[in-house]
Ligand binder design. Structure first.
Ligand SMILES: N[C@@H](CCC(=O)N[C@@H](CS)C(=O)NCC(=O)O)C(=O)O
Length: 267
C-alpha cells in the first residue's frame, strides 16, 4: 500500500511578511501544510534546532553594511523554512523553485523565457531590496509611538505583527530598530524619500503584466507581503490605497473584515 506523502511543515514567526510569502507559495500550489510558529527573536536558533543548515555567511544587509547581529541571525538561518520529509528548504526564492520541481502545476513562473526573466528580476529585487526597506520603514514608524502603526500592529493584512502582546511588540521593535536594522530618524528620511520610486517600479511591473496577471507568480507573492507590511504605517496607508500596487495587495491579502468602529459617544 502506498504511504501518504508527508505533510509539509512551514516554520514561521507571527505576522512576518517574509513568512507570509512562504505561505502564499504553498497555497498557490494547493499543497496542504502545517505551520509551526517559532518564538520571535529565538527563531534563528529554533530553525537550527530543527535541522536547517542556515547560511555559510551573511545574506542580508542594511545600506550595504552587515550588522553583527544580522550576520549572526543569517548564519543561524531565517524563516520561512520548509521541512518536507527529509528535505529542508530555507528562504522564499529557494522554496518557490523547490515547489515548482515538487509539483509543476500551477506554475510559480511563466513559461515564456522573456517573461520569466522579468518575473525573476522582480522577485530578486523584492527579496534583496524591497523586503528590507519595508521592514525598516515599519520598525522606524514604531519609534514614533504606537499609533504610527495602524491598529498598533495588533491586526491587519498580515495579522498581529511579531508578538500578540502590544507592549512586548513595541519593546522588541525598539531593540530591532536600534541594534539590528539601523532604523532611526535619519535612515527613515532616506527610506521615505526612496519609497515613491520603489512603488512606481512595482506599478510599472503591474502595467507591463509582469505582476498582477490572471495567474499570480513568485514575484507577486514576494512583493505583495512587503506592500502589506508598509500598509501598516498610518501615514503611508492613503497613498498605498491609490496605487495599482495597493490594489494588488487588496486582491491577495485583503484587509480583514472587522466589526464597525463604535460610534463616538455624544459629549
Ligand atoms: N529574504 C529571505 C529572508 C527572510 C527573513 O529575513 N526572515 C526574517 C523574518 S521576517 C528572519 O528570519 N530573520 C532572522 C532574524 O533577523 O533574526 C526570504 O524571503 O526568505
Amino acid at each position: 500500500m502506498a504511504t501518504a506523502p508527508p505533510t509539509p511543515t512551514l516554520y514561521v514567526i507571527l505576522g512576518s511578511h517574509a513568512c507570509r510569502t512562504g505561505m502564499l507559495l504553498l497555497e498557490h500550489k494547493g499543497i496542504s501544510y502545517r505551520t509551526v510558529e517559532l518564538v520571535t527573536g529565538l527563531h534563528p536558533v529554533g530553525v537550527r534546532l530543527r535541522g536547517f543548515p542556515g547560511n555559510a555567511g551573511a545574506v542580508r544587509d542594511v545600506d550595504g553594511r552587515r550588522t553583527a547581529s544580522l550576520a549572526m541571525a543569517d548564519r543561524l538561518g531565517t524563516v520561512p523554512a520548509l521541512a518536507i520529509g527529509g528535505e529542508r528548504v530555507q528562504s522564499n526564492r529557494k522554496i518557490a523553485r523547490f515547489l515548482d520541481r515538487l509539483q509543476p502545476d500551477p506554475p510559480l513562473f511563466p513559461a515564456d523565457p522573456e517573461l520569466r526573466r522579468a518575473v525573476e528580476e522582480a522577485e530578486r529585487w523584492g527579496d534583496e531590496v524591497f523586503q528590507m526597506a519595508a521592514r525598516r520603514l515599519v520598525l522606524a514608524a514604531g519609534l514614533h509611538g504606537r499609533d504610527a502603526m495602524r491598529r498598533r500592529g495588533n491586526d491587519g493584512r498580515l495579522g498581529p505583527l511579531l508578538f500578540q502582546r502590544e507592549p512586548v511588540r513595541f519593546a522588541f521593535v525598539h531593540s530591532l530598530a536600534r541594534f539590528t536594522f539601523g532604523a532611526n530618524p535619519e535612515t527613515e528620511r532616506e527610506l521615505l524619500a526612496a519609497l515613491p520610486a520603489m512603488l512606481d517600479r512595482i506599478d510599472s511591473w503591474i502595467d507591463a503584466g509582469v505582476l498582477g496577471g490572471e495567474s499570480l507568480n513568485a514575484a507577486d507573492y514576494m512583493l505583495v507581503t512587503s506592500l502589506a507590511l508598509i500598509d501598516y504605517r498610518t501615514d503611508l496607508h492613503p497613498e498605498m490605497a491609490e496605487r495599482p500596487a495597493g490594489a494588488l495587495v487588496e486582491r491577495v491579502l485583503p484587509e480583514p473584515a472587522r466589526p464597525p468602529e463604535p460610534a463616538p459617544s455624544p459629549t
